[in-house]
Design a protein around this ligand. Structure first.
Ligand code: AMP
Ligand code: MG
Length: 407
């Protein structure tokens, strides 16, 4: 059995980012930059007012006080979207509005609530500091700054920043198309009626969801019978994808044909059987496929929880790397076991836990029975507790947890 870390290494070392494509900015959410973004100019490009008020020279208010206010001459007006008609002269104030460029000669702004207009004069009742209520040129970005880096995922703030830089389009990494095949004589797809001994296909749908949650594009290759030819044919339909995932039929039973089908497609197998629970029987192979070179294939176990957990540990980071992400791993936290978390058996456990906030962190508790067919353990799981083989984390002890979602 191969340790999880080595299995990941064998997989990730064979993954690389797909090529770039240009997309309209609003469609770039959650995509990954394929270029560094350099600010072409200072942002903001000129000093501007952060308040509705009056632009002035701080030096003209040095001696001002409530009883003896500075009296400045109202000399102009500048609204957002305009620029001052002329520079401000000593002893003057210009009416100014939020976002308007500071007139040349002014160095500060006093908010309108603090002052009084008296005919052509403005009474300023206190000394104003130079720079007060002014957003200086370049306070956000300076021309030449690398403000976003290749490999960075684009969230809402990044889209705003790109818009500020007038990027109507942006170059992002293509999203991997991922073919998903379920296998098994007992598996009946949605729309069919399971007969005696048959069960509904759930893996295709949980895996399609996981693929989409990872930002990739799922392609449903249906359900193959436990027959070499059927598996080979359906995997063949997916040869144009960027990655393939199968579930079930990858153990050592007489009806397990996935590895044989992969061999028929010329696949080179890089890994089989990983030291983990759930999920030991997982294989990873590459098929030499046309222009794309090597097509990665993940043959996941059939048990619904095993399929999902092995996806988490191996397929998700691989798809993220293909999609250009620099960060491949979920966040990990240390939580306090609220009750015993036993991991009987030699294999390392990835146990489903719920997390609850505690005064100084999080408490973790098993979701319940950990059978690899209990899909509700995945529904309830906020995270996967990583527990060494033959170990019980006792109540009150610390346990490492991979966060599956914000708890
Ligand atoms: P196998 O890996 O073929 O031995 O399958 C392990 C278990 O997973 C069996 O109980 C299967 O019935 C179940 N299983 C396999 N494929 C699916 C699927 N697509 N949906 C739900 N359960 C499945
Ligand atoms: Mg089977």
């Amino acid at each position: 059995m191969i340790p999880v870390e080595e299995a990941r290494e064998r997989i990730l070392s064979r993954m690389s980012a797909l090529g770039p494509e240009r997309v309209e900015l609003p469609r770039a959410l959650h995509r990954v930059l394929s270029e560094d973004i350099v600010a072409a100019r200072d942002i903001p490009p000129w000093p501007n007012s952060s308040m509705d008020g009056y632009a002035l020279r701080a030096a003209d208010t040095e001696a001002a006080s409530g009883p003896a206010p500075a009296r400045l001459t109202l000399g102009g007006r500048v609204a957002a979207g305009a620029i001052a008609e002329r520079p401000l002269r000593p002893g003057e104030a210009f009416r100014i509005f939020t976002g308007a460029p500071l007139p040349e000669g002014a160095d500060s702004v006093i908010p309108q609530e603090e002052v009084r207009e008296e005919g052509p004069a403005l009474r300023v009742p206190r000394p104003v500091r130079s720079g007060e209520f002014v957003r200086p040129r370049g306070e956000d970005m300076r021309a030449g700054d690398i403000v976003l880096q290749r490999g960075q995922a684009l969230g809402a703030a990044e889209l705003g920043l790109l818009a500020t830089l007038e990027r109507a389009q942006v170059s992002v990494v293509k999203r991997p198309q991922v073919g998903i095949l379920s296998t098994g004589d007992e598996i009946v797809d949605l729309g069919g009626v399971p007969g005696p001994g048959q069960i509904p296909n759930s893996n295709t749908y949980s895996l399609m969801g996981q693929v989409a949650e990872a930002g990739a594009l799922p392609v449903n290759l249906g359900v193959a019978r436990d027959r070499l030819e059927d598996i080979e044919t359906r995997l063949g339909w997916g040869l144009g994808c960027d990655a393939l995932i199968s579930s079930a039929g990858v153990s050592v039973g007489e009806h397990d044909f996935v590895k044989a089908a992969l061999a028929r497609l010329g696949a080179e197998q890089h890994l089989w059987l990983v030291d983990m629970r759930p999920g030991k029987p997982i294989a990873f192979a590459t098929i030499p496929a046309g222009l794309k070179g090597a097509l990665p294939v993940f043959a996941l176990p059939g048990n619904p929880v095993s399929a999902m957990v092995t996806f988490e540990l191996f397929v998700r980071p691989a798809l993220l790397r293909m999609a250009g992400h620099a960060r491949l791993d979920r966040p990990m936290i240390t939580a306090r076991a609220q009750a015993d978390i036993p991991n009987p058996g030699r294999r390392r456990g990835y146990l489903r836990v719920t997390l609850t906030p505690e005064p100084d962190g999080y408490g973790a508790r098993l979701t319940g029975d950990q059978g690899s067919g209990i899909l509700r353990s995945m529904v309830a799981a906020d995270g996967l507790a990583v527990v060494p083989g033959d170990t019980t984390i006792e109540a009150g002890g610390q346990v490492r947890v991979i966060l599956l979602r914000a708890a």
